[in-house]
Write a protein that binds this ligand. Sequence first.
Ligand code: C5P
Length: 216
Amino acid sequence: MTVVGVVPAGGSGERLGANRPKAFVVLAGRPLLEWSVEVLATVCDRVVVAVPAGYEAGPDRVKGGASRSASVRAALAVAPEAAVAVVHDAARPLLTRDLVERCLLELREGDTDGVIAAAPVTDTIKEADVHGRVLRTLDRSVLWTVQTPQVFRAATLRNALDVGAETLAAATDDASLVEAAGGTIAVVEAPVENLKVTTATDLRLAETLLAWRVPS
Ligand code: C5P
């Protein structure tokens, strides 16, 4: 069964305030993107990366789309051999092989259409209106913050991504598109360090966590 890693790395990363796209910002001596691609390559048969226009040089790189999900679709489109897709945001450089393997195992042995890495909510979560007035407090015991990797049978993901550009642009993860197409999803608990680099502070945190890693 061919497992293909799909890495959306086509964002501009404006909130980081760097002089290049986020995936190409240097983190602990190498481009942010390379940290997770290296891990995916130990588990996947092939890793395809969707990059911003002008960054396509190199093997298995495709031009990303106008939205994250459009980038995922573009990358998956060049890997017709994929039976299973492991989608992972370039913005999460602290991916571990163990997390990818646990997601794949759950997909293989469980009965859902997709498996996603997630963390149980530890903060209290409130819903507020546009004026900042609290409407309600949610029951955090059933809430998860969703991350990547997200793994699916490739046919399921292709079908879920076969929607219009507006629907793709509104989706903040792949599982929500699979859910909308009637698919079922399971969560796998991710380690706390699987953080998403959005701001310059996140970048410093990621650098610190990488420095703490025990060399394998
Ligand atoms: O913007 P955000 O941080 O949510 O993006 C998540 C991931 O999607 C990042 O790795 C980013 O590079 C990628 N992305 C993409 N194509 C876009 C927008 C974002 O591949 N058009």
